[in-house]
Structures are given as structure tokens and as C-alpha cells.
Design a protein around this ligand. Structure first.
Ligand SMILES: CC(C)(COP(=O)(O)OP(=O)(O)OC[C@H]1O[C@@H](n2cnc3c(N)ncnc32)[C@H](O)[C@@H]1OP(=O)(O)O)[C@@H](O)C(=O)NCCC(=O)NCCS
Length: 200
């Protein structure tokens, strides 16, 4: 769990809790994720609704099978990151199997406060042990500057490009990061830390 203290409306300090929650069971969180997808549908290229035959809720049903990291302020979800565990594909061959990010959205009023960075940090360093893998992967598109900047700042490498896949001049970009053992498992004691160094 990561607790972010950010400046909210009227410069009031707000507390945002970022936490891996697994598959979404509670109706409240599921509805909130749906509403974020509906609200920001058109920010995606192509829009999420277009990817699901015109119905963003259909897209949502399939996304809800994934695992989630939520950014929660009070009772409200202000952002989420979803991912698939054990993902493998030809394009990401060298980075397979991975934890593959299927969606990241931060509510507009909360952007540029480090929420996406913190959600990625939870994914890269704080997952339950049984879900940790050496690779994390994700795809985005070439005109999504915010996403490209974010991934490169986090240390992701561009692994593959599918040119013009999303329209003329709009390429699909695949990114991956390899996590060192020391990144995946933070040593708790000096003895564990020494053992870990030896097996690297
Ligand atoms: C992309 C997105 C998730 C980023 O969320 P965020 O919480 O604002 O990101 P962070 O605050 O952690 O930003 C970290 C860094 O990413 C880069 N970044 C983020 N947004 C940016 C923007 N609009 N323009 C340029 N760089 C940006 C910056 O380097 C930033 O660091 P800085 O603020 O210190 O300069 C958010 O803009 C969003 O929800 N966009 C719409 C949905 C989307 O495109 N999702 C990704 C699909 S692959």
C-alpha cells in the first residue's frame, strides 16, 4: 500500500491510498471503474467503445476479469490500473510471461500528482509474492504523450512498434521492464539481503 498526500481543491491536503485489491468484487468499485471508462472513453485511440463494437460497457465487462490496483480518496476511486498475470505474446516474447497492464486511468482533476506513478510502483514492487514476475509489460499509442513520458520516466523500454495500427501516423507502442530480483522482493533482514545478492 502507498499513501500519497496531495494538494486537492482549495489547496487542501488530500490523502490518496494506492493499493493492490485483486479482482474487483464490491459493486461500488466496479461501478466506479465503469464510470471512469465511460467518462474517458474518447481519450483513447481508438475509443474503448469502438474496440468493443460500440459499447464501452462490453469493454468494461471484459476488463473486470483482470486484477486491479486502485487509487482511493475517501470512498471514491480517483484512478485505477488493471493488469493480467502471466501474459505472453509474440511481440513481447523476450518479456514473457509478464504482468501485462491492460488499463490505466486517473481522473482528470487528479492528474500530474503522481497517482499513475504510485500505481505503477505498487505493481512493480508491492504485489503479493505469488503474483511477482520478472517482467511488466504494457502497450500504448504514439500520440499519447502523457503515457509515453510516464513509461519512459519509470524505466520501461520500447520493445516493439506496430506502425499505423491506430490510424495514419498513429503507431502502437509496446513497452517492457525487467525487474531485478532485488526490485521484486525487498529484503527484510540483512541475512536475506546477503542471500539474495548471492543468487543474482
Ligand atoms: C496517462 C495518465 C494515466 C497519467 O496519470 P498521472 O497520474 O497524471 O501521471 P503522474 O502524475 O504519475 O505523471 C508522472 C510523469 O508522467 C509524465 N506525464 C504525465 N502526464 C503528462 C502530460 N499530460 N504531459 C506530459 N507528461 C506527462 C510526466 O513526466 C510526469 O512527471 P511530472 O509530473 O513530474 O512531470 C493520465 O494522464 C490518464 O489517465 N490519461 C488518460 C488515459 C490514458 O491515456 N491511459 C494510458 C493508456 S496506455
Amino acid at each position: 500500500m502507498i499513501v500519497l498526500r496531495i494538494r486537492g481543491q482549495f489547496s487542501r491536503e488530500e490523502r490518496v491510498v494506492i493499493e493492490y485489491v485483486g479482482r474487483l468484487k464490491g459493486e461500488v468499485y466496479r461501478e466506479r471503474v465503469k464510470s471512469l471508462l465511460v467518462e474517458y472513453d474518447k481519450e483513447f485511440v481508438p475509443p474503448l467503445s469502438v474496440r468493443a463494437g460500440g459499447d464501452v460497457l462490453r469493454y468494461c465487462e471484459s476488463l473486470l476479469k483482470d486484477r486491479f490496483i486502485l487509487a482511493v480518496k475517501g470512498d471514491d476511486v480517483v484512478g485505477f490500473l488493471s493488469f493480467r498475470h502471466g501474459y505472453a505474446s509474440e511481440l513481447l516474447e523476450r518479456y514473457s510471461p509478464s504482468n501485462y497492464v491492460t488499463m490505466v486511468i486517473v481522473e482528470r482533476g487528479y492528474r500530474r500528482r503522481g497517482i499513475a506513478t504510485a500505481m505503477y510502483s505498487e505493481l512493480l514492487h508491492n504485489l503479493p509474492k505469488k503474483l511477482r514476475l520478472p517482467y511488466v509489460t504494457v502497450r500504448t499509442w504514439s500520440t499519447n504523450y502523457a503515457s509515453v513520458k510516464l513509461l519512459e520516466k519509470l524505466g520501461f523500454r520500447r520493445v516493439a512498434v506496430v506502425e499505423d495500427e491506430r490510424g495514419r501516423g498513429i503507431h502502437t507502442l509496446y513497452y517492457g521492464i525487467e525487474l531485478r530480483r532485488s526490485h521484486r522482493e525487498k529484503p527484510k533482514t540483512r541475512v536475506e539481503s546477503l542471500k539474495m545478492r548471492r543468487v543474482q
